[in-house]
Design a binder for this molecule. Sequence first.
Ligand code: ADP
Ligand code: MG
Length: 483
Amino acid sequence: MYNINNRKIELMSVNEFLLGWEEWCKLPQLGIPALKIKVDTGAKTSALHAFSIETFGSLSKQKIRFGIQPIPENPEFELYCSADVIDRREVISSNGLTELRYVIETEIELGNYRWPIQITLTDRKGMSFHMLLGRQALIAFPEKIEPLVIPSISFKQPILSYSVYKKFSHQKPIKRSLRIAVLTREPDSYSISRLIKAGEAREHVVELVDTRRCYMLINSKNPEIHYDGKPLPYYDAVIPRIGASLTAYGTAVVRQFELIGSYCINRSEPILASRDKLYSHQVLAREGIDMPTTAFASSPKDTKSLIDLMGAPPIVVKLLESSQGKGVVLAESKKAAESVVSAFRALKADFLVQQFVKEANGEDIRCVVIGNKVVASMKRTAAEGDFRSNLHRGGKAEIIKITKLERETAIKASKILGLGLSGVDMLRSQDGPKVLEVNSSPGFEGIEKYSKINVASMVIEEIERRTASIIRSRKFKRIEPIE
Ligand code: ADP
Ligand code: MG
């Protein structure tokens, strides 16, 4: 029997912390509830068996994720962990070779004690212990007493069981750092900087990916997205911010991320559906969402009849892909409506005509919906002389309390289109809320300013909730715990 600093041993003092040469421990911060370890005072550093080691994040705050097989006899069972990298160090491994290893810091729970230790990550496949507890970790033991290792004895501390892994696929997963991509062409915009800040505040890594610079390798086995000459890494989640000018290519990129298995808060199909005002109106109307009466015709011969369908003027004429109010025109008379329609036709632009909701008074309501919740809302009022309340058109906004029906309508509209994050615009009409559009890349600046709600952080929280189950089902598919 000897202690780790080769000091004299006080036998059987009450405060002893005795360890056998093999023990069970937990690594709670890595989400490992049971692991058999070899306590080896002959080794300086501790080592954990890890595979698929991948670092991410900035150099100053580097993170690492890796797979571990906690049960040596059942290597099929894998868990994925993430941690902060604290160092990269040369370590002489048991075969005498020098190896450059990543070092992480994480807490170990052994018997009644829990303390932070440094662990190096290395491939210990085939070894009977997937973790080695070295001298440094024992020296780091914070209590007054020192751990004593008895090399001839096994299990002085409580014996745990691998059966805890049986329940694993149902358990709430531990919080882990995610690697999140924001697809955007406007890296300097308010919304993007808020997403980065919110992600980092919650310990994730948020990387900006310029949608237009992505190119894709399409095949059935191993689809890839390339960027700047290299394949992009795997992202746990993607936040698409696809502008109207890049809908087709942008949604193709999103679709590729879906194929690879990243969680996309807005998937390609819902983005396409919401972008096309006519299509989304049809889908929403089919599900009973109220909207201003809308019509569309293909042939110029039908323009007059189309406008007649709208009843008394004024009439709104809109480009199908309008955004920020840019393609929305108010025609005061039927004649004016006809001229706008023929002008759009001459430009080969797709459009719709719509009844003007006069009682809305140049006001509309913007609700930001995340998942199935309205997280923030505001009322926007058009600038003097305009009927379009878009903030980009000089509209003013204020905080507002929405009605139950407005809330339900916004959630339902977002859900029908299948968006995880949306901005639903509604008019307050005599007959209740009328949905104007569902926006798949709602801006955060106005809504955060007026509602005083941290919308960006709520987006990240939604991603955490959603990727939790995805990571579980993707990674834990093969779970076949023993015992
Ligand atoms: P965009 O996608 O360009 O924002 P919208 O359909 O949302 O197009 O219309 C822009 C703004 O014009 C709305 O926020 C609303 O204030 C006003 N507006 C649009 N359609 C109507 C309508 N039918 N009746 C009254 N106001 C409308
Ligand atoms: Mg709008």
